[in-house]
Design a protein around this ligand. Structure first.
Ligand SMILES: Cc1ncc(C[n+]2csc(CCOP(=O)(O)OP(=O)(O)O)c2C)c(N)n1
Length: 414
């Protein structure tokens, strides 16, 4: 670190300009549907204030690489709202075209509803935009604009590269058409200009932790899922209320030490995925990036593409767990290899094709679940004080993990 004067004299301004002029999204022959291809896209989040090794940020980074240029995020209060936007800095950013996620933090107790409101607003705005486009076309307007608007109408739900290009072309030409507009068209054109950013549908997300999703915001989350509307929820599951120092939530597993569960939590983790499966029309996935990047990417893409409510539970290790955070991704793998965390996708679209909607992506555990439990302080801290209790928890956990795996695999096999 040197003073600005020295850095400038050494040519850092030119270096920065050069760096910023480098192309983004250099996929070459790779597709963004692959793990490799997705990583050639520009993340629209950078320099977050999260703890080193945080399990939450990699999921959000990936989602912004896939949909960031047309995303809206409702963020529940919690770690993700703190590393995601502590005034006056915000890590969410824009690409060269000026597109990036819009983001806002709501209360802990209403974030799913907050995101749902965004979805309804997008729907209403797109409806108005389409209406104005139709009225303008019926009245008659500039030939080039007519051609572009017809392409937009024919591809109204498309979010691919061509649709984005077409939307950009429309936006470029609108000011000059407005200048030449007559009394019959001027109001329609003004309305289209007002709503021009809605030519491409938005990807609406609600982000938050397990304290939000499993506990305090659960009533609203359940309600929003039940509406059947197209809304995506990402639960960054650290298995405790991380941001306030690790209180137990209903996502805290059996035997884990947390605040309000000082002698180990005596009940098992709430199985929110299973509860939501009873609706039958909710897309549900359970992912753990370090265990299977491909499955995580697939689940995120499927959840976003599903034309209805989607929820992803993402396993997110946290400093509260008590292990070396340099190995977060490895710990995520160990969680799945031991059967501590399950990987699955429940896709209602498969049922429409006559297939089983549930795909269990986890293999049979290859290591005992107790190996996982023995590696984290939240499970080992009772060893000296209550060794008998720990023994009991471990045996109950082994039994519970086995039964859970058997239940999911029997449901997925049918
Ligand atoms: C109604 C309400 N209760 C309590 C709080 C205080 N609070 C802020 S963040 C937080 C913990 C969030 O935990 P979680 O949802 O699991 O997210 P994480 O921090 O783990 O990412 C709490 C309790 C609050 N903001 N609102």
């Amino acid at each position: 670190m040197k003073t600005l004067v020295i850095e400038r004299a050494a040519g850092e301004v030119e270096n920065t300009d050069f760096f910023n002029s480098l192309p983004e999204d250099v996929l070459g022959s790779n597709s963004e549907t692959t793990v490799k291809g997705s990583q050639f896209k520009q993340p629209l989040i950078e320099f977050s204030g999260a703890c080193a090794g945080c399990g939450e940020t990699p999921y959000v980074k990936l989602i912004t690489q896939l949909f960031g240029d047309r995303m809206m995020i409702a963020n529940a209060t919690g770690c993700s709202s703190i590393w995601g936007g502590t005034f006056p800095t915000i890590p969410y950013c824009k690409n060269k075209d000026g597109h990036g996620p819009t983001w806002a933090n709501s209360l802990f107790e209403d974030n799913a509803e907050y995101g749902f409101g965004m979805r309804l607003a997008v729907k209403a705005n797109r409806y108005q935009l389409k209406n104005s486009v139709q009225l303008l076309l019926d009245t008659g307007t500039d030939a080039k604009l007519t051609e572009l608007l017809n392409i937009a109408l024919d591809n109204w739900d498309s979010t691919d590269k061509e649709a984005k290009e077409n939307s950009k072309n429309i936006q470029d030409i609108l000011p000059e058409v407005l200048e030449k507009a007559d009394n019959r068209t001027v109001n329609h054109i003004r309305k289209i200009i007002e709503l021009k950013s809605y030519f491409i549908n938005k990807s609406v997300w609600a982000f938050g932790g397990d304290g939000w999703a499993y506990d305090i915001g659960y009533g609203g989350l359940d309600h929003v899922m039940a509406t059947g509307r197209n809304m995506n929820i990402l639960v960054l599951d650290t298995e405790v209320y991380s941001n306030t120092g690790g209180q137990a939530s209903k996502a805290t597993p059996l035997g884990s030490v947390a605040k309000f569960a000082e002698s180990g939590k005596n009940t098992v983790k709430k199985d929110m995925g299973m509860m939501l499966m009873t609706y039958g029309y909710v897309y549900i996935a359970s992912i753990s990036m370090g265990a299977n990047k491909n499955q995580a990417l697939k689940a995120i893409r499927e959840a976003e593409a599903y034309n209805g409510p989607s929820i992803i539970m993402a396993y997110a290790p946290c400093i509260n767990h008590g292990f070396n955070m340099a190995y977060t991704q490895k710990e995520e793998k160990k969680a799945v290899d031991s059967g501590y965390w399950l990987l699955y996708r429940y896709n209602p679209d498969l049922e429409k094709e006559g297939k089983n909607p549930l795909i269990l992506d986890s293999k049979e555990p290859t290591i005992p679940v107790t190996d996982f439990l023995k590696g984290e302080r939240r499970y080992t801290s009772l060893e000296r004080t209550f060794p008998e209790k720990v023994k009991n928890f471990r045996s109950r956990f082994t039994d519970y993990a086995k039964k859970r795996y058997e239940l999911y695999s029997s449901m997925a096999d049918k």
